[in-house]
Design a binder for this molecule. Structure first.
Ligand code: PLP
Length: 400
């Protein structure tokens, strides 16, 4: 008889990973599914990045590297962060891992003791609360509704902080809402944080390149440099360079935080793949046309989807300022009856109905901690986005 550890029984498997698996299953059964669950770019990794990986293999760069990366990758990350944040991090302030996900997990593992609180904003990326729970922490969920643009306000932050608060996790652009914090919003959060010197901040900036606004997206550490000595900035190459399968992410922050993460990494993974490190260095230092081109394509899909969804009675959604998801309010559909006579009681029912009656896969808002909503990805072809929106509209028109 096998009993998993309590940390495993405390958590759920990732809802987005589960949704993707369900789509694969239905497709394997021969069903045609319009998959709007995808959490990764539909583009292929740019060729110059792949070639850098091949070159690294050919040159024998197939061995363990130091825990915090090859000199080439370290230099690439330092330059990239200097360009984007204005801060020149030192090598000793860097950590790398198998994706931003692994960095966040290890950061929590390296810092949390039982009873430590982590402020997580709902709607949240599905992994944050479970990562906190798995590492003995207590997620403190702060609901950030539509009235505040799905963003944390200074007042809500002030109210959530306790003597036990270890971290605030901020994700901008946000998965699932696409919300982005502007400089004024970061400044007002910064004013609160400066007063509470025991609170560390983890800024998950994995979608920072996928930004539809003017100019460059601002980092908390740029707007409030006083917080740099307690902010762990997390990023990676997955979303910006269509490199999700390469598994390479990085963190930059205060030395004591990073040192504790790297100590754990030395026992967990030794280092991420040397080949992926070479590819990531090429991604960060090479031609950035791919990033600009893909943002243009995402923007077009976003606009088509927002327009189409807002024409569907019962649905409404604000446009995403970044990332590649729409966060769709489905309040107007709750309580309606399907042609089979079932009542749509919540967003989970709606998602099941859409999958079964229209073969459209989206993810229920309740998985992200705010209902009734669903998340629709536009990291898929314009045709799929259009077909999805039409199918959703038709399926909802059949409700009574
Ligand atoms: N953070 C957020 C908000 C995400 O949506 C994702 C991926 O879905 C990640 C982090 C993880 O990215 P990576 O592929 O670098 O682990």
């Amino acid at each position: 008889h096998y009993e998993p550890a309590a940390r495993v029984t405390r958590i759920k498997a990732s809802a987005s990973v589960a949704a993707a698996a369900r789509v694969r299953e239905l497709r394997a059964d021969g069903q045609e599914i319009i998959d709007l669950t995808v959490g990764e770019p539909d583009f292929d990794t740019p060729d110059h990045i792949k070639q850098a990986a091949v070159a690294a293999m050919d040159a024998g760069k197939t061995k363990y590297t130091s825990v915090n990366g090859t000199p080439e990758l370290q230099a690439a990350i330092i330059e990239r962060l200097a360009r984007h944040t204005g801060i020149r991090y030192r090598t000793s302030q860097l950590t790398i891992g198998g994706g931003a996900k692994q960095i966040i997990y290890t950061a929590l593992m390296a810092s949390l003791n039982r009873g430590d609180e982590v402020i997580v904003l709902a709607p949240y990326w599905v992994s944050y609360p479970d990562m906190v729970l798995a590492n003995d922490g207590t997620p403190v969920i702060v609901e950030c509704g539509e009235d505040v643009g799905f963003k944390l306000t200074a007042a809500a932050l002030e109210e959530a902080i306790t003597p036990q608060t270890k971290w605030l996790i901020l994700n901008s652009p946000s998965n699932p809402t696409g919300a982005v914090y502007d400089a004024d919003e970061l400044k007002s959060l910064g004013e609160v944080l400066i007063r509470h010197s025991h609170v560390h901040v983890l800024t998950d900036e994995i979608y920072d390149e996928i930004y539809f606004g003017e100019g460059r997206l601002r980092s908390l550490v740029t707007v409030v440099p006083e917080l740099a000595d307690r902010t762990l900035l997390v990023n990676g190459v997955s979303k910006s360079y269509a490199m999700t399968g390469w598994r390479l992410g990085y963190g930059a922050g205060p030395e004591p935080v990073v040192a504790s993460i790297n100590k754990l990494q030395s026992q967990i993974s030794s280092c991420p793949s040397s080949i992926s490190q070479a590819a990531a260095a090429a991604a960060l230092t090479g031609d950035q046309t791919f990033v600009e081109d893909s943002v243009k394509i995402y923007r077009e899909r976003r606009d088509v989807a927002v327009e189409g969804l807002n024409r569907v009675p019962g649905l409404s959604c604000v446009s995403a300022a970044g990332a590649f998801y729409l966060w769709v309010n489905c309040t107007g559909v709750i309580g309606k009856t399907t042609p089979d006579g079932a009542t749509i009681v919540n967003d989970q029912d709606l998602v099941l109905y859409l999958l079964e009656s229209a073969s459209v896969a989206v993810i229920q808002g309740s998985a992200y901690g705010l209902a009734p909503y669903f998340r629709m990805s536009f990291a898929t072809s314009l045709e799929t986005v259009q077909a999805g929106v039409t199918a959703i509209g038709d399926a909802l028109a059949a409700l009574r």
